[in-house]
Design a protein around this ligand. Sequence first.
Ligand code: NAP
Ligand code: F7E
Length: 331
Amino acid sequence: MPRALITGVTGQDGQHLAEFLNAQGYEVYGLVKGQNNPRIGAIVDEMPWLNVVQGDLADLSSLVTAVDQAQPDEVYNLGAVSFVAYSFTHAELTGDISGLGVLRMLDAIRMVGGMRDNPIRFYQASTSEMFGEVREVPQTEMTPFHPRSPYGCAKVFGHYITMNYRESYGMYACSGILFNHEGPRRGIEFVTRKITNAVARIHLGLQDGLALGNLEAKRDWGYAGDYVKAMWLMLQQEAAEDFVIATGETHSIREFLDLAFAEVGIDDWEPYVTQDPRFLRPAEVDLLIGDATKAKERLGWEPEVSFPQLVSMMVANDLDLEKRKMEANLR
Ligand code: NAP
Ligand code: F7E
C-alpha cells in the first residue's frame, strides 16, 4: 500500500487530495498544525481513514518527526498562508510559512529519506500568482515570474528551492503551477465562495447585498477536484518536472457574478453589489490565463468541470448549506 503525507490537509485541496489518494488505495497521513486545531474534528468525521500527524511548517523538528512517523512514499506540500490579501498585512508570516516552510519540508525529507532505500517524492503547490504582472498571454512553464504580493514572492522562493533541491541533491521534487481552482470547499474569504455564499443568502432573505473590491480582475478558474488529480499524476512520472495546470479560459469577477446570480433567477445583480475600497489590494494581478498543453500531452490531464458547471455547483452547495442552517435554527 503506497503511503502519502499531505500538509494543508484541512484546506480545500488537502481534503480533495486526501479523498482522491484514499480512493487510489493509499494510506493517507495528514499534517495538522496547532495544539488544538478546531478543524481536526471536522476532517476526522468526514475522513475516518485519515491518519493525523502533528506538525507546523514553521518548525523543522516537528516536520522531521511527522515524516518519520508517516514514512511516506510521496509528500504533497499544500500547507501555506494562501490568502493573497492577508499576505499584505502578514508579509513576514507568509514568507516564513509559504516560502521557508517549503525549504523546511525538503530538509525534513532529506533527513528522514536519506536513511531509506526508496526515495520520497515531493510535490510543491506553486501558483499562477508567481506570474503576477504577466509578461505573456497565456502563461506557460517558460513565462518569467513577476509576483505582485508577499504571497507571490514567498511562492517564487518555494518554487525555486524545490527546483534547486532537485538539481543539487537529485531529489524527485516537482512543482505544479496551478491556476485558481475552486469548489464547495473553498474558504469563504476567496471571491468565488464569497459570491456564491452571498447569492444563496440573498435568495433566502438572509442578507441584503454584497461588498466586493476590484470587479475587473480576470482569472482562469477550474474545479479543485480536477486539479488534485494533476498533482498525483506529476508524482507518477519517470522524472520530476514542473507543470502548468489551468483550463485555458479566463473570466472576470463580473462574469462570475452574472452566472452566480442567474442561478437564483436574478439577471441584474448591480443593485445588490457595492464596491468597497477595503477589498482592493496594494498591487493587483489583473489577468491570468494558463496554457496547460504540457500537462495535456505528458500527463494526459484535462479539466472536466466547465466554468458554468463550477459556478452552478458552488451556488447549489451554498443554498443547501444555508437552508440546512435555517432548519437547524428552527428546531
Ligand atoms: P487553503 O484552503 O487556504 O489551505 C491552506 C492549508 O495550509 C490549511 O490546511 C492550513 O491549515 C495549512 N497551514 C497554514 N499554515 C500552516 C502551518 N504553519 N503549518 C502547517 N500547515 C499550515 O489553501 P488551498 O486552496 O487548499 O491551497 C492549497 C495549496 O495550493 C496552498 O499552498 C496554496 O497556496 C496553493 N495554491 C492554491 C490555489 C487555489 O486556487 N486554491 C492555486 C495555486 C496554488 P489550518 O487550516 O490549520 O490553518
Ligand atoms: O481573488 C478580486 C481580487 O482572493 C481573486 C488563492 O487560492 O488563487 C487565489 O488567489 C480576484 C482578485 O483569489 C474581492 O482582487 C474582488 O483579483 O479569490 P481571490 P486570488 O487572489 O486569485 C491563487 C492562484 C492562489 O495561489 C491563492 O492561494 O478577485 N476580488 N473583490 C476579491 N477577492 C476577494 N478575496 N474578496 C473580494 O471581496
